[in-house]
Design a protein around this ligand. Structure first.
Ligand SMILES: O=P(O)(O)OC[C@H]1O[C@](O)(CO)[C@@H](O)[C@@H]1O
Ligand SMILES: [Mn+2]
Length: 442
């Protein structure tokens, strides 16, 4: 821990959201993963014969073992299977061990930082799968992600239709109208973050109502609203940039399905409004926090949309595929996003990624987990400045776009948290509230 930063959120605090997640939500997610493997038994057999059946059994027994370790608060054990990040993970385990002063103290599920153990759990799921060839490329969360996409169809069609209409009139919009549209699509992308699947223990959490109509009603639930800063920054880039030069917006993606479409709609708008000229996306290398986007999810979703029999949805899919082909959209993978580290150490742990992010004019960090990593998932007072919680992480001007699902929030006005807590004790963890929290140029 760096001097001056508060303790990490942890399962030690009985009754806290961290505690309840480790006690209830994580075992539930593991049970669901086991069940998913079970249900694919025949598929594995058809594909790989007896070897497939054996692999399914092995993966299930590894996951059951993991669930047992967790539920009996066993020590956190090192990774054994060789993978690109195994050494970094095991070093981090040692680092966590070194933070424990007691003799022979070992990191344990309910004792160690929540961010660490929760990331560890998802990495262990991945280990169980890669230890079970030939089903070692199976994504236990894929079905849920696809289901989320299909269940949100109606709302997604409305969104695609809105985007396509907007594209035909965009030339005629004056600056204020353009700004209104920008704000609308930003808010849709914010509320899209309600739909993650780890909060609901992997149960469906899709968007069934037309989100565009809800934006106005939801405004009072935005606790920190720095949208104006984002507008000034990008509009200024647009006005001052030379002909052939670049305005680059980077989006650190969160969930696939509904949320991903809201992000891609925003990205599309940024280009056609010329607020940006290039968009870079970052996804996860392995299945993560149930609903997070991997490259497979990203490609799958665009492919699905392209093949849709709805005219405007299919147009979006085709346009987006083209944006990728033309290099206006760039997708990046990096193992750092599925490590347990706080972002303030990114420049040391993943200097190449930090350097990549430095090329952006603006970075949007989608979702709650990114916010936890931005702030270190620590017990900050709600009123400390965002920049202080970032502890030196500043590759470029950045903004967190997140609905609140964890007990960490900084940069609030004095009294704001108290007022919320008085009427709603769970205001930090239900996803009902959201923020656009910006950290501008240094
Ligand atoms: O998809 P998001 O917005 O990052 O949310 C993932 C969230 O899942 C939870 O860990 C619940 O387990 C949240 O508290 C967490 O931060
Ligand atoms: Mn997520």
């Amino acid at each position: 821990m760096m001097a001056g930063s508060p303790a990490s959120l942890s399962g030690q605090d009985v009754g806290s959201f961290a505690y309840l997640t480790i006690k209830d939500r994580i075992p539930q997610i593991l049970t669901k993963a086991i069940d998913t493997l079970h249900r694919h038994k025949n598929e594995f057999f058809e594909k790989h014969g007896e070897k497939g059946t054996e692999a399914e059994k092995k993966a299930i027994s590894l996951l059951s073992k993991l669930r047992n370790e967790l539920q009996t608060d066993k020590p956190i054990i090192p990774f054994v299977e060789k993978f690109v990040d195994t050494d970094i993970w095991n070093q981090y385990l040692e680092y966590q061990q070194s933070l424990i002063n007691e003799n022979d103290g070992k990191p344990r599920w309910f004792y160690s930082p929540w961010l660490f153990v929760e990331c560890y759990m998802y990495r262990r799921i991945h280990e169980a799968i890669i230890q079970s060839p030939p089903i070692d490329d199976f994504d236990v969360f894929k079905e849920s992600k696809e289901q989320n996409f299909f269940e949100s169809q109606e709302s997604l069609i409305a969104l695609c239709t809105h985007l396509q209409e907007l594209r035909t009139t965009i030339e005629d919009l004056d600056e204020n109208q353009l700004k209104d549209e920008f704000f609308k699509l930003l808010q849709i992308s914010l509320w899209g973050n309600k739909c993650d699947l780890s909060l609901s223990g992997g149960e469906t959490s899709s968007q069934r109502t037309n989100i565009i109509n809800s934006v106005e009603e939801l405004k009072p639930f935005i606790l920190v609203n720095d949208m104006e800063h984002l507008w000034s920054l990008l509009n200024n880039c647009k006005k001052t940039r030379e002909k052939a030069s670049v305005t680059r917006v980077d989006v650190v993606l969160d969930n696939s399905g509904f949320e991903l479409v809201t992000d891609l709609v925003l990205a599309d708008f940024l280009l056609c409004s010329q607020l940006a000229t290039e968009i870079h996306f970052y996804g996860k290398t392995i299945p993560w926090f149930v609903s997070d986007t991997t490259v497979h999810d990203f490609n799958w979703l665009i492919e699905q949309m392209k093949g849709s029999n709805h005219k405007w949805m299919s147009k979006c899919g085709a346009d987006w595929e083209n944006s990728i082909k033309m290099g206006r959209w760039v997708y990046h993978d990096h193992i750092f996003w599925t490590l347990p580290h706080e972002f303030c150490v990114m420049s040391q742990v993943a200097p190449d990624l930090y350097a990549e992010l430095q090329k952006a004019h603006l970075i949007l960090f989608k979702g709650d987990l990114n916010y936890r990593k931005l702030t270190g998932d620590r017990k900050w007072a709600c009123t400390i400045p965002f920049r202080q919680a970032l502890r030196g992480f500043h590759p470029a001007p950045l903004c967190s776009v997140r609905t609140l699902k964890a007990e960490v929030q900084v940069g609030l006005q004095p009294g704001q948290a108290e007022q919320l807590a008085a009427s709603e004790p769970n205001w930090m963890t239900t996803g009902k509230y959201g923020i656009f929290q910006f950290d501008g140029p240094l």
